[in-house]
Design a protein around this ligand. Structure first.
Ligand code: PEP
Ligand code: MN
Length: 354
């Protein structure tokens, strides 16, 4: 159920409706929109009797949301969600979010070399795995907390926001502490206890689509996070399993407009895991921006041939420069832009640091 408040409803009226909802044993989610505030009602104990909330001051109407996902839905919020960060960057607004970096943090030297290069290209978000979900237990598993500390230093040095994956409850607490965005990987998209914990975390959540998840399952996973009160969710298409074997996964770009139609949440595309092949990353980045993605997440390495994970899909630094140059040209066609390239010093003005 959804309570639509009058455009002029006061904060006090919104609070009073929320209080009534909670008294009835449900959870209230006030979601401010451009025109008016809507209050999503969740809880798994049935529904509130019709008429219970309609007469409260400031209420315009009470709507039954027929879709299984509620808070994620455009019914709750018509205008797109823009996730905003302290340094002025955002995800979901006019500026495309470019997230780039290695698959895994391997050493301080490797991570700093890559970050320095990216920071000069107009990248605002640095990605790097400290906890790696690997198919083989004998493959490099990540540096753990040491990797997180390296990335926190990268944030301070280059004014980059840190996006990194949490794989379990313990790593989620640490990622919430050190990073700026908590990534939930494809393999954990339906790890419901982890999703709920991410919903109680302070930082925004980047939720990757499971490798065989339908759109509805994907949105329901986001609903888990939002139902716990964390409304800063960013979706990410990263390819699904199909019969095709010319790529590691099949990048489902059609999901981007499909998500935008049903949900107010932003969606990024990951053409690195989506294809698994370096030569396909730039063409599919161009296509992702053209199809309306809110940004890209791309694996880049200073020495891809020596990478401890996903080297084959990691771009060389110069290849990334070409990619961002092309994306910069395509962006205006779809009313978007990419942050200007420039020196790190210029970006580090005192007003914009954390
Ligand atoms: C990653 O981004 O490093 C990763 C492991 O991605 P995914 O969960 O999409 O496989
Ligand atoms: Mn990877």
């Amino acid at each position: 159920m959804l309570v639509v408040m009058n455009a002029h409803a006061t904060d006090e009226q919104v609070r009073a409706v929320c209080k009534r909802i909670e008294e009835l044993g449900f959870r209230a989610h006030p979601i401010p929109g451009a025109q008016r505030t809507a209050i999503g009602i969740t809880g798994n104990e049935g529904e509130i009797e019709p008429g219970t909330l309609d007469e409260l001051p400031g209420v315009v109407e009470v709507i039954r949301v027929s879709k299984p996902y509620k808070l994620v839905s455009r019914d709750v919020k018509e205008d797109p969600t823009i996730v905003r960060f302290k340094n002025g960057a955002s995800i979901g607004g006019e500026e495309l979010a470019i997230v780039a970096g290695p698959c895994a943090i391997e050493s301080r030297k490797q991570a700093f070399a890559i970050a320095e290069h990216l920071a000069h290209q107009g990248v605002r978000f640095f990605r790097g795995g400290a906890y790696k979900p690997r198919t083989s237990p004998y493959s490099f598993q990540g540096l753990g907390e040491e990797g997180l500390k390296i990335m926190a230093d990268i944030r301070d040095q280059f004014c980059l926001l840190i996006v990194t994956e949490a794989v379990d409850n313990e790593s989620l607490d640490l990622v919430d502490h050190y990073a700026d965005v908590i990534q939930i990987g494809a393999r954990n998209m339906q790890n419901f206890s982890l999703l709920k914990k991410a919903g109680r975390a302070k930082k925004p959540v980047l939720l990757k689509r499971g490798m065989s998840a339908t759109l509805e399952e994907f949105l329901m996973a986001a609903e888990y996070v939002m139902s716990e009160g964390n409304y800063n969710v960013i979706l990410c298409e990263r390819g699904v399993r199909t019969f095709a074997d010319h790529t590691r996964n099949t990048l489902d770009l059609s999901v981007v407009p499909a998500v935008h139609r049903l949900s107010h949440l932003p969606i990024l595309v990951d053409p690195s895991h989506g294809t698994g092949v370096r030569s396909k990353v730039t063409p599919l980045s161009r296509a992702s921006v053209a199809v309306g993605a809110d940004g890209l997440i791309v694996e880049v390495h200073n020495e891809p041939d020596r990478a401890l994970s996903d080297g084959k899909q990691s771009l060389y630094l110069e290849q990334f420069d070409e990619l961002i140059g092309q994306v910069r040209q395509i962006a205006p066609v779809v009313q978007r832009r990419v942050a200007p390239a420039g020196t790190v010093a210029a970006r580090l003005d005192p007003a914009s640091t954390r």
